[in-house]
Every structure is written in C-alpha cells, then in structure tokens.
Design a protein. Structure first.
Length: 98
C-alpha cells in the first residue's frame, strides 16, 4: 500500500511511502478511491481526513515555490558607493579649508 503524510511540507508536497504494510502516526493510506488523483497530482494534493485519520478527500493543488532571492549589490556597486562617500567627505573637508 501507499501511505502519505497528512501534514504537507512547506511547499505543499506530501511525503509518501510505497509498498508498505503499516501506517505511521500522522500518515494515512491512499485508498483505491484516491489512487488516480495521487498518481496524477501527487505529491501536490490537498488532503482531507476524518477523525480516525482516513482520507476522505484529495484534490490536486499547486506547488508553493520559494521566493526569488533579492538582488545582491555587486562588489563593483559597493566600491562605487564607498568611493562616492569618500569623495563627498573630501569635498566637504576642502570646502571648510582644512
């Protein structure tokens, strides 16, 4: 049998184990009724379970993708900023007659 972890991971995927003959706590068996959905959309499914932990509903869902990392300032850009700051300090000091 195939079992799936009831709680999804951060990306909406459900962990699963195939060809097992046991059920783990927090996991449920994918019954014949839901095998087509699991085979087509797994591991990205929304799962509903009853109080006994038996799957009562399964529908396809979207994968949650990680956010794009913010663009990092390049070394050249950092050096240009430092250079501009130093120039501003030098120009300020020259204006004071130092």
């Amino acid at each position: 049998m195939t079992i799936v972890k009831i709680a999804p991971e951060w990306n909406n995927a459900h962990a699963s184990l195939n060809d097992v003959d046991y059920i783990l706590p927090g996991w449920a068996e994918v019954t014949e009724e839901f095998k087509p959905t699991w085979e087509e959309s797994g591991p990205f499914v929304d799962i509903e379970v009853d109080e006994a932990g038996k799957i009562t509903g399964m529908v396809a869902c979207e994968e949650i993708l990680p956010a794009e990392p913010e663009a990092q300032e390049t070394t050249e850009e950092k050096l240009a900023g430092i250079e501009a700051a130093i120039e501003a300090i030098i120009n300020e000091d020259e204006g004071e007659g130092v």
